[in-house]
Design a binder for this molecule. Structure first.
Ligand SMILES: Cc1cc2nc3c(=O)[nH]c(=O)nc-3n(C[C@H](O)[C@H](O)[C@H](O)COP(=O)(O)OP(=O)(O)OC[C@H]3O[C@@H](n4cnc5c(N)ncnc54)[C@H](O)[C@@H]3O)c2cc1C
Length: 371
């Protein structure tokens, strides 16, 4: 498929891109991602590198690279416990431009009062998907003296939002006049010990309210296969949409750095050897990612991929295209409109993405050649 030949999907409200889609009987949200998954299409989501900036254009430029290639854009919540533009702020900008935002909420920095308020505010802005996380500990980030909150964790956060949505109530029991219509997600890590526990952990998240999950980076397909076998045996894959986390490694040096410094990311020696043996390690990293996608997309129970191309977001389109996962489908593409909030886009002249915008979001994260 090429971007020019495939028909674009038009899941969009006729009165404006910033309006939620018409409700569908039995659906939790009015968003595009849930529709794609429930239609049985192989879904693609991607992580947006959050800017260290107060300029909305930085978010628009970073989202623009995913146009026509993804069904949802994840807005991280201070991942690695490093501060960047907030997920709620990024989602506000994404939804006004019509993008299907997946708002990540980590329980590290806010208590239940703040989080429930954020959920209502986000839903009012058109956020249809929320990924519930416990979150990385403050010691992982560049401000380890920050006070950790963890009033809730991923399970109780899922339950809280499910109660808000399905029972129309806050945790206090106070009624909501309009509940948040959101599709609920969680993270799972099949690559972290105790491995036998991970499928059961997924089951607990489903019980708590998860409707979709996005996994940690998959670099070990046999390990993922055995996780999926157990998840299928337990009946989990019939109850949830599972998107496999994938991403290109920029070099063997980066891979080693990640393996040593980022908890929960497992990179087998064979992957590092393959990178070391390549003349162009960056290109090989991209190819490894495509090869992994081609294997995992065939595994029963996999509903899509979640591409985390940290500092290599410009390769997401190529990775998705070359892996062929969309099978000729072309996800929604933003068209410039006269009502756009940003003049540069009104003129239809979105400029090339400045290189500095896709760099240095995490000062304490991977070495200069990125992940
Ligand atoms: C797709 C994805 C997106 C993420 N986005 C963010 C983000 O925006 N902000 C952020 O702060 N973090 C983010 N993380 C990191 C995530 O919070 C941590 O990896 C976390 O340890 C596991 O996910 P969880 O938050 O859902 O925790 P849960 O699954 O609820 O786990 C809670 C507790 O279980 C234990 N545990 C879980 N996994 C491990 C492990 N690998 N090793 C040891 N103990 C473990 C820990 O005690 C942890 O605190 C993301 C992870 C993934 C996979």
């Amino acid at each position: 498929m090429t971007a020019d030949t495939a028909a674009v999907q038009h899941d969009e409200h006729p009165a404006g891109v910033d309006r939620p889609l018409e409700p569908v009987e039995g659906y939790s949200s009015r968003g595009r991602l849930e529709r794609v998954l429930r239609r049985g299409e192989f879904a693609v989501t991607a992580e947006l590198n959050p800017p260290d900036s107060a300029d909305p254009q930085d978010v628009y430029d970073r989202a623009r690279v995913f146009d026509g290639w993804v069904d949802g854009i994840n807005a991280v919540d201070a991942s690695g416990a490093n501060c960047h533009m907030s997920s709620v702020g990024i989602c506000s900008l994404l939804t006004r431009m019509g993008y299907a935002a997946i708002m990540q909420i980590a329980c590290r920095d806010r208590n239940r009062i703040a989080i429930q308020g954020d959920v209502l505010g986000a839903a009012a802005m058109g956020v249809s998907n929320i990924l519930c996380l416990t979150g990385d500990g403050v010691q992982a980030g560049d401000q380890p003296g920050a006070k950790p909150v963890f009033d809730l964790d991923s399970m109780s956060l899922l339950e809280t939002i499910r109660i808000m949505r399905d029972n129309g109530k806050l945790l206090s029991g106070r009624k909501l006049t309009s509940p948040p219509c959101v599709f609920l997600g969680a993270a799972v890590n099949p690559f972290a010990p105790p491995y036998d526990f991970r499928p059961y952990h997924l089951g607990k998240k489903i019980e708590a309210g998860a409707q979709f999950v996005q996994t940690q980076y998959c670099f070990d397909v046999p390990m993922f296969r055995s996780f999926m076998q157990k998840a299928r045996d337990l009946g989990h894959t019939e109850k949830i949409f599972l998107l496999v986390g994938v991403g290109p490694l920029a070099s063997a040096k980066t891979a080693r750095w990640i393996r040593t410094n980022v908890p929960g990311i497992h990179i087998p020696d064979a992957v590092i050897k393959r990178l070391e043996g390549a003349q162009d390690q960056k290109k090989e990293g991209k190819q490894i990612c495509i090869d992994i996608i081609n294997e995992v997309k065939e595994i029963e129970g996999v509903s899509g991929i979640h591409v985390m191309a940290y500092r290599q977001e410009e390769y997401v389109a190529e990775i998705v295209d070359e892996s062929g996962v969309l099978k000729g489908r072309r996800p929604w593409v933003r068209q410039a409109r006269s009502t756009d909030p940003i003049e540069r886009i009104e003129r239809g002249g979105v400029t090339d993405i400045p290189a500095e915008l896709v760099k240095s979001a995490h000062p304490s994260d991977p070495p200069p050649d990125g992940a």
